[in-house]
Write a protein that binds this ligand. Sequence first.
Ligand code: GLC
Length: 491
Amino acid sequence: MAKPLSVLFVSSEALPYIKTGGVADVAYSLPLALRDLGHDMRIMLPKYGSVSERRNRIHDINRLKDVPIPIGSHTDPATIKSSSINNPRAKVQAYITTNNKYFDAKKGIYSDAKTGKPYPDNSERFIYFCRSVIETCLILNWYPDIIHCNDWQTAFVLIMAKTAFSKDFKKTKFVFTFHNMNQQGEFSEKQFDLTGLSQKVKNDLIHKKMINPVKGALIYSDYITTVSETYAKDVLQDSKHTNDLNSLLLKYKKRYKGILNGIDTYSWDPKIDSLISKKMGNNFNEFKQPNKKTLALKTGLNYNEDIPMIGMITRLDEQKGFPLVLSSIDKLFHEDIQMVILCDGSQESKNELRDLSLKYPKKLKVRFGFDEPMAHLIEAGSDMFLMPSEYEPCGLNAMYSLAYGSVPIVRSTGGLNEIVIDFNSENKSGNGITFKNYKSADMIQSINKALSLFKNKELWEVIVQNGMSGDYSWGKSVKEYDEIYKSITKD
Ligand code: GLC
């Protein structure tokens, strides 16, 4: 390859440390895939209270102990620790910001696990984290060729570097990837002083009378990406889920691209997955049935090969289509089906779902929180996987389902539109079931289509095999990131 680049990949969550959503998968798998191409990759994230230093082998680095981090008019020391992420092909250095007040003392990442409410000091926490990234580079005297920021929580890394620290970072280029344009981390103008940035920057960041980190990231980055081509295109027309930033994004069209995420094919390969007890061999049913049985046993359902098991791993919100599921459950459970949902969300939505599971104890089981082994078991043990999203930037779970022979039933939107192709019984093409309109009736219709296909064992096997034979790796997409990195560092 051409000259390898040094890249710092910044994210508010990353596996194996912590995960609330797909961004944690990407912050693990994409740096490893880029390392595999030869780049000097490092990642940086905060350490939340629930992350164990011992289990994750997080160590002190002498030079980065008690680093004073300016926040508003005072400083609060952070200790930047060291760890690494790896798969059998690559290893990547991780820097982890620790600070008791902002991160360690809290068990949740963005919200209080008990109340489900976002922490009131979230903007301050992530401004602090961003500044810790800047200070780390300064102390290490390491100014990478690329700093790759992800979502609003990391936006101030590039905003600070491009403005107050532009002399230090004069050679560094900045990529900003948004994984969900609906979340922009806005905060009140009063809090702007926490950033230590100038009035000019403040003016740039104001959007609808609030300080908007994503607006700043769009303005100051050298390149903007999001996680599928379809979402990249759709978001430009969508003022509702972009808080009207779509028109600004349109201005930067020339330095903007949608790149479909890939998956880490070591953690998500049913042949070698260490989180499931029965791995995939030559026979699909000898893989699916034991896992389905374990899933049923673990959740308290009766195992029956012939009763379709539908899995869901989701946040209980509008985006993920939770209202459609709620309004259809009574109808759905007229059919002989079982459903396991692993999810998180507000206390209210969790209560609603819990009540439903009490109403249908033989059909619906619910697990709350983020549970990676359970997520793998659901993919391995379910026959179908439901994603009725209102919009979906990528939708990694659909790829995991396909790889594990759990047929996805999805609304064709965003990345799902690229990942799942509706099955055509005539020419036997397609790997799942899709529907277009965001309506309960349409979702129910596609579930019914799946249920009738499931009864036809031969056809079902074809759909399953079509899915399992697909390539969901970073193979093609990582090259696109590589090209972007090269093109912006060229001069
Ligand atoms: C966000 C998006 C999801 C995407 C993930 C990783 O969670 O909602 O669609 O797969 O980020 O990019």
